[in-house]
Design a protein around this ligand. Structure first.
Ligand SMILES: Cc1cc2nc3c(=O)[nH]c(=O)nc-3n(C[C@H](O)[C@H](O)[C@H](O)COP(=O)(O)O)c2cc1C
Length: 228
């Protein structure tokens, strides 16, 4: 038996399915998740706390380097804080669109219809601000190293977006750059680096999205030819 050192072990709880059911389940998830789109126009409509809480519990079940769980999620619902976040983001984005962005970057963004105005930050009912913990702290106040932080936090965000979509909520992955203003507004320590700002809610009934395409399957899935 595998030796887990200081950890006690418990029996793995894992369900398998017969092939037909596996295929059916994989199709259903494909269908569900491939209908997710980034939404930029939200209704000011309340979302149940439990849905947000359950999605966050799903997010923190993600794997992480050495189980360090280097993520922190701040849920913002109150209008005053959302307004401050909007002002901070719009100030950075104005700088970005007017000075910092290269012509190449602006060209890549053009089809998405984004600009320095971020009304969704006050219109959407919930903002989830995700921080990456650069290092932890033990009870004596000593630094504790974290591992593979961007990979771990990225995985948790993927779980979170999928869980919210599954519950019938739309998201916008927003990354105003730089995002240091979020530490100040939300009173988070400097060892926590803002990772992304997830806008959550219901799409406006007339919301539209760009008709973008995905790369061909054969471009991104390289070893498909070796399928059994
Ligand atoms: C890391 C990351 C950062 C993003 N930042 C922004 C952003 O700041 N503003 C925005 O409108 N969309 C942002 N997006 C959304 C992308 O533009 C969007 O995911 C992409 O165009 C594909 O569209 P889809 O999500 O509808 O499939 C971001 C997405 C990711 C993954």
């Amino acid at each position: 038996m595998r030796d887990y050192g200081i950890f006690k072990t418990k029996k793995l709880n894992f369900k398998t399915y017969e092939e037909r059911e596996m295929i059916q389940r994989s199709r259903e998830l494909l269908h569900e998740l491939s209908s997710r789109r980034t939404v930029r126009d939200f209704e000011c409509r309340h979302v149940p706390d439990e849905v947000i809480e359950n999605a966050l519990k799903t997010a923190v079940s993600a794997p992480s380097g050495a189980n360090r769980q280097p993520w922190r999620f701040v849920v913002v619902r109150d209008p005053e804080t959302k307004q401050k976040i909007r002002e901070g983001a719009e100030a950075e984005e104005r700088e970005f669109y007017e000075h910092r962005a290269t012509a190449e970057w602006l060209a890549a963004l053009a089809p998405l219809g984004t600009d320095e105005n971020k009304p969704f930050l006050t219109e959407a009912p919930v903002l989830i601000v995700v921080f990456l913990e650069r290092f932890g702290m033990d009870d004596q106040g000593n630094k504790v190293k974290n591992y593979y932080m961007p990979e771990s936090v990225g995985l948790a965000c993927g779980f979170l977006i999928a869980a919210l979509h599954h519950a019938g909520l739309a998201t916008l992955t927003h990354t105003p750059s730089p995002m240091g203003f979020l530490n100040e507004i939300l009173d988070r320590p400097s060892r926590e680096k803002p990772f992304l700002l997830l806008v959550v809610g219901y799409p406006k009934s007339d919301a539209r999205v760009p008709d973008i395409t995905r790369l061909p399957f054969t471009t991104t899935i390289i070893d498909w030819m070796q399928k059994s």
